[in-house]
Design a protein around this ligand. Structure first.
Ligand SMILES: Nc1ncnc2c1ncn2[C@@H]1O[C@H](COP(=O)(O)OP(=O)(O)OP(=O)(O)O)[C@@H](O)[C@H]1O
Length: 586
């Protein structure tokens, strides 16, 4: 039984996340049991009113059970309200905890994971799938307990009222579960397809809006609409298939219920003809079946909900099972000779800093799933105060070098060291405090320009932030904005040019007081004047730092101590240059 195995597996994985709320879950279950008891009592009181007040037409026999019934209903309502409120609270906390766990895990995953999975699909896993699992783990458990106890109490009460009629209803009850089992596979498959189609729709919308300029400029609107239409049709097919199966199950259950009621009435009619039963008793019992079957039906339906929820569980498990490409060392002992890494005057100084000597020894790196290495047998050293410029054709492996320096990956072979320590021996957060990467793509964060610059350096003062912006030739345009440093920007919505955003990103990198700077195409998107204006302050900052500058812009070569040429992953020529700081070559 694959369905049962999937459900067990999902519980094994996600149940531990209820830790911290299990006391509340027990309280919810307590409320559910009391509510079921109250309901059972009200049915018994109904039978009593039917037998003693209605049958004999006695009003005096009515008041006692009627008041007791009202009291029970009020108690049931209070407990039901309390239990349901607590259940919703517990369920939402579970959703928050699960989403936080998956999100935290996602943040550890290597870049190639995000190339393999569409962003929109990941968004849908963190929203819809997370909720589907809650339906299973929290609401599912509460629902099951509620249905089991209700069925148990009503069953005992039924035996109490008329054991022979009760036995007939029990004998037929498994028909509900059989019907549920018959439909669970179909509903589960439809749920799986629906969840995948939802992810695809989110992806298409997200990707299309991300490329809206291209779409409009190249008249691709129809192509994008067709893409959405294809995914929407997949979703519609799966959704209709799931709804049809659920509807058919419900109709089958209606027929089964009618069959049960007819069997009870048939047996009752025979008992009345034998004078062993009164009409009042039979009516009371028939009304009672109306209470008994819903929880039994709910149990069957819960099975279907659980099957559908396993689709979400599998999609989340795929993320949680993806392993980060690197991990922290078990222990870390800072080597002697390290020093605090504060570089910028007035900027926060971090303890445990390092000098910043970077070395690669026989480094070869092949990305997972790639057919050939991106870097082959690369050996190089860059010392504090040195600016090493790395250039080469597109696809030569330059960005791969930066990914190894911040340890997004460990090389397939060879070793990268910082101050003589192999990078895997340094705690990741410590390493990334020491090495500042300015990625090739400009990243804008949601917040003010000030927050954007201070993103990697939360303790920085306003003076430090402004100085970094001046050094990145950004201060002038920022202060010309109506809100200056308080201007709010966000990915894709900033009313700033690509070059202006790039200068904000450079200021962010400059603010970090780390001994190693790795700049991947920092001057892309800047005019020649701006790029040289940036290199001047960069040079000042680089005085104590080790800087690795990846660029196609060879006019920056005169600023470098060394120029290295990468081609097809190999360092082809290492041509020593004389540093001519301040000399501009156009
Ligand atoms: N995540 C990845 N998975 C598989 N292969 C990759 C991945 N990233 C890069 N590559 C491959 O590795 C090689 C080197 O890529 P890299 O991005 O380092 O080149 P680059 O020199 O920085 O190029 P550019 O100047 O165009 O930015 C290329 O062949 C590229 O296709």
């Amino acid at each position: 039984m694959r369905g049962t195995r999937d459900i067990t597996e999902a519980f094994r994985r996600f149940w531990p996340l209820t830790r911290g709320d299990r006391g509340r879950l027990v309280a919810v279950i307590g409320c559910v049991i009391v509510a079921a008891l109250a309901e059972t009592a009200s049915i018994l009181l109904f039978a009593e009113i039917t037998d003693h007040a209605l049958n004999s037409g006695s009003l005096s026999a009515f008041w006692g059970p009627a008041l007791a019934w009202l009291g029970t209903a009020v108690l049931g309502a209070a407990v039901g309200y309390g239990g349901n409120s607590l259940a919703v609270w517990t369920a939402e906390r579970f959703v928050m905890r699960l989403r936080a766990k998956v999100f935290a895990h996602l943040q550890e995953l290597p870049p190639h994971f995000f190339r393999k999975h569409r962003r929109g699909d990941l968004v849908s896993r963190l929203t819809g799938d997370v909720e589907a699992i809650e339906q299973m783990v929290v609401s599912g458990v509460v629902g099951t307990v509620s249905a089991v106890f209700s069925a148990l109490f009503y069953g005992v009460a039924a035996l109490w009222i008329r054991w022979d009629l009760a036995l007939v209803t029990f004998v037929l009850a498994p028909l509900f579960l059989l019907a549920a089992r018959r439909f669970s596979g179909r509903i589960g498959r439809a749920a799986r397809d629906e969840r995948a189609a939802e992810g695809a729709i989110t992806s298409v919308v997200e990707e299309s809006l991300g490329a809206i300029e291209l779409t409009q400029a190249y008249n691709r609107q129809h192509a994008e609409e067709a893409r959405l239409d294809t995914e929407a049709r997949n979703w519609m097919r799966a959704s209709v298939r799931g709804a049809r199966a659920t509807e058919m199950y419900e109709q089958v259950v209606q027929v089964v219920e009618t069959l049960c009621v007819l069997a009870v009435i048939g047996l009752g009619a025979w008992e009345i003809s034998q004078q062993r039963l009164t009409l009042g008793q039979l009516l009371a019992f028939a009304a009672f079946i109306g209470y008994l079957y819903p929880p039994v039906r709910d149990l069957g339906q819960l099975g279907l909900t659980l099957t559908a929820a396993t689709a979400g569980a599998r999609r989340l498990a795929e993320i949680l099972d993806a392993r980060p490409s690197v991990s922290d060392p078990a222990t870390f002992k800072p080597r002697s000779g390290t020093r605090a890494s504060g570089v910028r005057g007035g900027a926060p100084r971090r303890g445990n800093g390092m000098r910043g000597k970077v070395s690669l020894h026989s480094v070869t790196h092949q990305y997972p799933d790639a057919s050939h290495p991106a870097l082959r047998d690369v050996t190089l050293t860059a010392a504090p105060g040195e600016l090493v410029l790395v250039t080469g054709p597109s696809g030569a492996g330059k960005s791969t070098l930066t990914q190894l320096l911040v340890r997004f990956y460990d090389p397939s072979s060879g070793v990268v060291r910082l101050d003589g320590t192999p990078l895997p021996e340094l705690p990741l957060s410590h390493l990334r405090d020491q090495v500042t990467l300015l990625p090739q793509r400009t990243h804008v964060l949601h917040g003010t320009i000030r927050e954007n610059i201070a993103a990697g350096c939360p303790d920085a003062s306003d003076t430090d932030i402004e100085q970094a912006a001046r050094d990145a030739a950004a201060h002038e345009f920022i202060t010309a904005l109506p809100d200056g440093y308080a201007t709010r920007i966000a990915p894709g919505t900033a009313a700033l040019s690509g070059g202006q955003l790039q200068r904000i990103a450079i200021a962010r990198a400059m603010l970090r007081p780390s001994p190693v700077l790795v700049l991947d195409e920092p001057t892309t998107g800047l005019d020649a004047e701006a790029s040289h204006r940036i290199v001047e302050p960069l040079r000042r900052l680089m005085r104590d730092r080790t800087t690795i500058l990846i660029t196609h812009d060879l006019t920056l070569a005169p600023y470098a101590d060394r120029v290295l040429f990468l081609e097809e992953g190999r360092l082809r020529a290492a041509e020593p240059t004389r540093r001519t700081a301040g000399t501009r070559t156009r």
